[in-house]
Design a protein around this ligand. Sequence first.
Ligand SMILES: C[S@@+](CC[C@H](N)C(=O)[O-])C[C@H]1O[C@@H](n2cnc3c(N)ncnc32)[C@H](O)[C@@H]1O
Length: 201
Amino acid sequence: MIKLLEGGPTFLEDAWDEEDYNLWSLLPGKGRNSTRLYMQLMYSLIRANGCKWLVELGCYLGLTSSVLALAAKKNEGHLWVFDNGSAQPEGKHPLQHADERLQNLGLTKWVTLTDCPSTHAPAAGGFDFVFVDADHSYEGVSKDWEAWNGRVKVGGFMAFHDLMDPEGVSRWAHDTFPRQGWEYLALPGDCGLLLCRKVDM
Ligand SMILES: C[S@@+](CC[C@H](N)C(=O)[O-])C[C@H]1O[C@@H](n2cnc3c(N)ncnc32)[C@H](O)[C@@H]1O
């Protein structure tokens, strides 16, 4: 269904190196968590498909941002992060958390952090991977989908966090997600993830 490896079987041998395994240290903590698991899957998809232009909607503490930033660095691309600060963990704007984390990891060069609504998509341009993790409500995810699905290249991905919320992403996906033009994989877990690939215009 979703082709994991566009580059052929030698791609990883050629391109994967020790730094790719730094991924494990970017996701601290020992708790079981489907997000931690699926970030590894998303990272591998981005690397294996050579996705360069990445977007994250909602960064909170910047944990997932750091994983996507490493992928952007390794693929010689860039990550744009959008967060409007509606959550303020430890009394700080999420972009400040993300900035500090990325600075500590030496990854700021590959990231642009923007304080704005998640729907603030550029009017033109094509992205390879959009990770949607901002407002998980039905209305929130609908607006993010409307704003971003047209900005994804054919062959590119959108990933929606929190698929397991029955009234939010899950109900939206059931009601609205197009059955044509996109392939999708529903991954369960405590949060869960809807992983989608644009196959047609
Ligand atoms: C679930 S957290 C993101 C978690 C992060 N991706 C991670 O796993 O490390 C949601 C974030 O989205 C931001 N947010 C919520 N609604 C938003 C909106 N409409 N536009 C932009 N950011 C939003 C919040 O400030 C918060 O930082």
